[in-house]
Design a binder for this molecule. Sequence first.
Ligand SMILES: Nc1ncnc2c1ncn2[C@@H]1O[C@H](COP(=O)(O)OP(=O)(O)O)[C@@H](O)[C@H]1O
Ligand SMILES: [Mg+2]
Length: 360
Amino acid sequence: MAGITIKGLSKRFGAGETAFAALTDLDLVIENNQFVTLLGPSGCGKTTTLRLIAGYLSPDAGTIHADDRLLSAPGSVVPPEARGMGMVFQNYAVWPHKTVYENVVFGLRLRKVPAAEARRKVEETLALVNLTGLESRFPNELSGGQQQRVALARSLVVEPGILLLDEPLSNLDAKLRERMRSELKQLQRRTGITFVYVTHDQAEALALSDRIAVMHGGRLQQYGTPVEVYSRPANRLVADFMGLVNLIPARVVAAHNGGGLVEAEGGLRLALPLPDGAAPGDAVEVAVRPENIRLRAASGDGAPCARITDRTFLGNISEYYATLPSGQVLRVQTHPLQQFAPGETVTIDIDAAQCSVFRP
Ligand SMILES: Nc1ncnc2c1ncn2[C@@H]1O[C@H](COP(=O)(O)OP(=O)(O)O)[C@@H](O)[C@H]1O
Ligand SMILES: [Mg+2]
């Protein structure tokens, strides 16, 4: 079992004019036995980070330590096979001409593990990933999910301290992906192996992770628990990437000790925590998720009103487009049995405690 400490890690590809910064100044501490996910859109530097951790790439700046052992620094990289890490890829990369057993035992033979012990370890590992009984099948006789489990077993059998997984579920259909998701989480809990998991799927990251590192443009935007990155996004990029969000332009009316009052066009006023240094007159953006806005019958009690301009019934929720007097359209999600008709005027309540405020 090991934790990883990354300091000031940077990686560029190419040279001169065409050089491209794939990763810039990454600081990250991955604790022992944790499930940590690198999350972000395609091209944000997730795979580059994983390959740096695995030792397939040399950093231009910064260091990677596993516990106290220096693994990577510019010009000095411990090779992948000497790092005690396993890696699982999106495309499984199982050998098509080898049986399940032969695929899984390979790493043990390479390490000259005696045959009887190797057999016992392969059987234990196959049981761990629910493949018992399929030892003599070939990959083309397995489903996609089973092939991905072979790839997992092959990495796990050599008992790595750290398992690196690069979008391992993205080739599976939605139902299977969800099942493998909970299997992966249980596997991590049972083995206590540190998992570093890469995905562009925010729902997957929320469901699996102890901590999520949200990346964008080669830079870490936020590192926190699923609840933190979803409910307390550090900036607009994170808020936007983690799910649906309404961004309401507003102006600070009053500010005091970290809190204050903001007013949006059309008179919508909210008492909120404010960013450091915010002063009256400053332009800000209020971020609020659709499930943190409530609709009720127009009350005339002074609370802001909106007009329902669209309604979509989605089974487990209803989604509304509610247009404020300013013309801004808010997306609102409610219980499906709460129904308002398009054209109806409603009163809206925004849960200020669940809002975040950003500087534009
Ligand atoms: N070997 C390479 N040579 C040049 N550019 C690369 C190389 N590997 C990755 N990149 C670029 O670095 C950026 C980050 O890539 P990557 O880490 O693979 O992103 P992600 O896994 O988040 O989709 C991308 O713009 C990609 O095109
Ligand atoms: Mg990638």
